[in-house]
Design a protein around this ligand. Structure first.
Ligand code: SF4
Length: 276
C-alpha cells in the first residue's frame, strides 16, 4: 500500500489542531460553535479521541472561509489523508459542516464561492484552483457525523468520543468496513505529490494595477472576511454593503463590532493584512 512521507513544511498552516500519525488516512474536524476563548470540554474531548485513535490531524474549525482554507492547505500537504471526519455540532452562523459537504460535492464557481453552501460568506478566495481540486480528489469521503446546532446529547455519534474513535479506526481497515452507512478502508495515499501552499502567500500579494478590477476584487475580498451574519450592528443592512463602503474608504473595518470579538479573530487578522 502506498504511503508517503509528508514534506518538511507539513502542516503548512498553523491553527487549532494537533498533529498525530502522519501516515493515517483520516483527519478529524470538530466544528467549533462557540467563542474560541471558551471551547467546551466535550468538543476538546472529541479532538483527543480522534488523535488517540490514530488520526493524522485532529482539530477545530470555526469559519467557512479562512478557517476552511487552512484545513484544505494542511490536508493537501499530506497525500496519506483520504478521509475527513466531521463531528461536533454544526455552527448555525457559519455552517462550516454543510459548507465542507457542499465543497466536496460541488466545488466552487468562478468567484470561488462554494457551490451549494448555505453559509453567508463561503468563499475560498485565497486558494488557487489546484489546491481546491486536489482536496476534492484526495478526500474520497467526508464522513459526516455532525449533530444539529445546539445539540448536547453525548450519546449522539457526532458528540460521542467512542464513535469518533470508531470512525477513525474504520478508515484504517485493510478491508472495507461499514460505519454509519459509509464504506471505509485504507486505500493508501493519493498518487499525486503533496501541495504545499500557505494562504499568507496570497494575502501578501498586491492587487493588479487596473483600478476598476482592484475595486471589484477588494470589496469581495473584504466581504468574505466579515462575519457574514448581516446583524446590522454597523448600521448597514448587509455585510456586503458594509464591505463596499470599506473598499471605497467610507467606513473603517473596526466599525463592525462582531469583528472585534475573539470569535472572529482569524477573520480580523486576515482582514488587517488584506487592508495593509
Ligand atoms: S456589523 Fe459586521 S457582521 Fe453585522 S452587518 Fe455589519 S458588517 Fe455585517
Amino acid at each position: 500500500m502506498l504511503k508517503v512521507n509528508p514534506p518538511p513544511e507539513y502542516p503548512p498552516e498553523p491553527g487549532r489542531y494537533t498533529r498525530g500519525n502522519d501516515f493515517s488516512p483520516a483527519a478529524v474536524c470538530v466544528i467549533l460553535d462557540t467563542f474560541d476563548f471558551a471551547i467546551p470540554p466535550d468538543l476538546q474531548e472529541l479532538v483527543m479521541a480522534g488523535l488517540d485513535a490514530g488520526a493524522a490531524l485532529a482539530g477545530m474549525l470555526q469559519t467557512e472561509n479562512v478557517g476552511l482554507e487552512k484545513v484544505l492547505c494542511n490536508i493537501v500537504a499530506n497525500p496519506n489523508i483520504r478521509y475527513l471526519i466531521l463531528c461536533g455540532r454544526e455552527s448555525a452562523g457559519h455552517l462550516p459542516g454543510q459548507t465542507i459537504m457542499a465543497l466536496k460535492d460541488n466545488g466552487v464557481d468562478a468567484a470561488k464561492r462554494i457551490i451549494g453552501s448555505n453559509a453567508p460568506t463561503a468563499y475560498l478566495a485565497n486558494l488557487p484552483e489546484d489546491v481546491i481540486s486536489r482536496f476534492r480528489d484526495q478526500i474520497v469521503t467526508v464522513v459526516n457525523m455532525l449533530t444539529r446546532p445546539g445539540a448536547t446529547d453525548r450519546s449522539l455519534p457526532g458528540l460521542n468520543m467512542n464513535s469518533v474513535a470508531e470512525a477513525v479506526r474504520a478508515c484504517y481497515q485493510e478491508s472495507p468496513a461499514e460505519f454509519m452507512g459509509y464504506t471505509l478502508y485504507d486505500m493508501g495515499a493519493c498518487t499525486e505529490p503533496p501541495i504545499v501552499y500557505r494562504i499568507a502567500w496570497k494575502l501578501a500579494q498586491t492587487w493588479g494595477s487596473d483600478q476598476l478590477k482592484k475595486t471589484e476584487v477588494s470589496w469581495l475580498a473584504i466581504s468574505k472576511l466579515l462575519p457574514g451574519t448581516d446583524c446590522k450592528q454597523c448600521g448597514e443592512a448587509k455585510c456586503t454593503a458594509f464591505a463596499i463602503k470599506v473598499a471605497k474608504g467610507k467606513r473603517r473595518a473596526d466599525e463592525c463590532p462582531p469583528l472585534l470579538t475573539s470569535e472572529y479573530a482569524d477573520l480580523r487578522q486576515a482582514l488587517v493584512k488584506l487592508l495593509e
